[in-house]
Design a protein around this ligand. Structure first.
Ligand code: AMP
Ligand code: GLY
Length: 292
């Protein structure tokens, strides 16, 4: 079978390396790929934001399966466009990708289904966000609602930082991703990542990891999309993994099925392991990079 993999990171290099080993793979294309990936597969230059271009490439090259590495094409609905053309795709549809594409969407699912997560409120203008901030005080976490390449979260330990984060986001620092702001309680504990493969109804746990998010030595810099990672995460014991499946992953799968957008692909839960147990910080709808 001819396969097309979308992406250009270390994550896609790992996926390409493994997919290329399958006896069922005929030709593996990667768009756009990178210098390392070109040693495993045929790199092609495609504008993946143009779904017609991707579909046309698949038809001309007899591609029967597309695997999507990063979140942006998923949130933009590439999986929907491919599925409409009967091309199999690994990765969620647009409506299901909202689990990563909108923090308020995920928080509302958690609230409705009793999934443990930090207490929060959602705002569409700076004045009401600032009023809530004055009521709650610092520390507090300020988040742009939409995709911001891992940079749209400000953990504010004082009021000044929180206020300027709110003003910056509503001022357009993250473009449309900041049309809404989520303010949430700061959780204390140890962070871990948990990955599961999902078929729309159920989920299989894959592995755990811990990543290094802050720039600069001694974790002194701002949060980044990720500086590195290791696996497994020692805090994720077998018992903790069972709790995460029962309290977080499986209720999310059920909730998504109930609202008519079953989740398929990799569900990546960012967790805080607190004294009272696991809390969901956020979802990603793909493998981590570099965790993969
Ligand atoms: P995210 O972009 O949602 O992964 O958030 C980036 C990072 O911000 C997380 O990995 C955490 O380190 C931190 N963070 C986000 N939400 C919270 C929270 N409610 N409490 C404490 N830290 C948080
Ligand atoms: N390593 C963090 C991420 O993939 O979001």
């Amino acid at each position: 079978m001819n396969i097309l993999l979308i992406g250009s990171g270390g994550r896609e290099h790992a996926l390409a390396w493994k997919i290329a080993q399958s006896p069922r793979t005929s030709t593996l294309f990667v768009a756009p790929g990178n210098a390392g990936i070109c040693e495993e597969a045929e790199c092609v230059s495609l504008d993946v934001s143009d779904h017609v271009v991707v579909i046309d490439f698949c038809k001309r090259n007899d591609v029967r399966l597309v695997s999507v590495g990063p979140e942006a094409p998923l949130v933009a609905g590439l999986a929907d466009a491919l599925a409409e053309e009967d091309i199999a795709v690994f990765g969620p549809r647009r409506e299901a990708a909202r689990l990563e594409g909108s923090k308020s969407f995920t928080k509302d699912i958690c609230r409705r289904h009793g999934i443990p997560t930090a207490d929060y409120a959602v705002f569409e203008d700076a004045d009401s966000a600032l009023a809530y901030l004055r009521e709650k005080g610092a520390p507090i976490v300020v988040k742009a609602d939409g995709l911001a390449a891992g940079k749209g979260v400000i953990v504010a330990t004082d009021m000044e930082t929180a206020e300027s984060a709110i003003r910056d986001i509503f001022g357009g620092a993250f473009g449309v991703a900041g049309a809404r702001v989520v303010l949430e309680e700061m959780l204390v504990g140890e962070e871990a990542s948990f990955f599961a493969v999902c078929d729309g109804r159920t989920a299989l746990p894959l592995a755990t990891a811990q990543d290094h998010k802050r720039a600069f030595d001694g974790d002194k810099g701002p949060n980044t999309g990720g500086m590195g990672a290791y696996s497994p995460a020692p805090v994720m014991t077998g018992e903790m993994c069972d709790r995460v499946m029962e309290q977080i992953i499986l209720p999310t799968m059920k909730a998504m099925e109930e609202i008519g957008c079953p989740f398929t692909g990799v569900l990546y839960a960012g967790l805080m392991i607190t004294d009272t147990g696991p809390q969901l910080i956020e979802y990603n709808v793909r493998f981590g990079d570099p965790e993969c």
